[in-house]
Design a protein around this ligand. Structure first.
Ligand code: FES
Length: 162
């Protein structure tokens, strides 16, 4: 479970310093921002542009190019469904459609505590279709299994672990 934190400029400054203030390290710095805050807030984009002597458009361009660099706080749970070839061959498109309908959200959206994202290969191709939930990978995920996994998240949120 990941929880977005309030933005702290000092964390971003420390990341910039750790990478020598080098603009070519922007992607690595952004990974650090995501690791700490779960998303890249607008304030971080402004700050990185200033501290790395880049334009905001430069930083925005990199952030918007990569799916991993979300600009809005995610839900407590991040559900990723593999969209790459092996998983598509084993039904990940239908599973994705099922997930969208079940959760009532589209890819890249957050509904309640859950953010639904695409991912392009989880290294679990032999057990397609693959899904990652809060950093844990599951293989051969049918619609029924998906519902069970989501149900378990909801049970956890409600404190019904027994
Ligand atoms: S293609 Fe889905 S895990 Fe590799």
């Amino acid at each position: 479970m990941r929880i977005a934190l309030d933005y702290e400029p000092g964390v971003t400054s420390a990341l910039v310093a750790r990478h020598g203030g080098r603009p070519e390290m922007l992607i690595q710095i952004l990974h650090g921002v995501i690791e700490h805050f779960s998303f890249v807030p607008e304030a971080a984009i402004r700050q990185l542009a200033e501290e790395l002597n880049l334009s905001r458009a430069d930083v925005h361009g990199v952030v918007s190019y990569y799916d991993d660099f979300r600009t809005e706080a995610p839900g407590k749970h991040i559900v990723k469904i593999c969209q790459a070839e092996a998983c598509q061959a084993m039904g990940s498109r239908a599973l994705t459609q099922h997930a969208k309908e079940t959760l009532g959200i589209d890819l890249h959206e957050t509904g309640g505590d859950i953010t639904l994202d695409p991912v392009y290969c989880l290294g679990n191709c032999a057990c397609s279709p693959a899904v990652m939930i809060d950093g844990r990978t599951y293989g051969r995920v049918s619609e029924e299994k998906f519902d069970e996994l989501i149900g378990a998240l909801n049970d956890t949120a409600a404190g019904n672990l027994d």
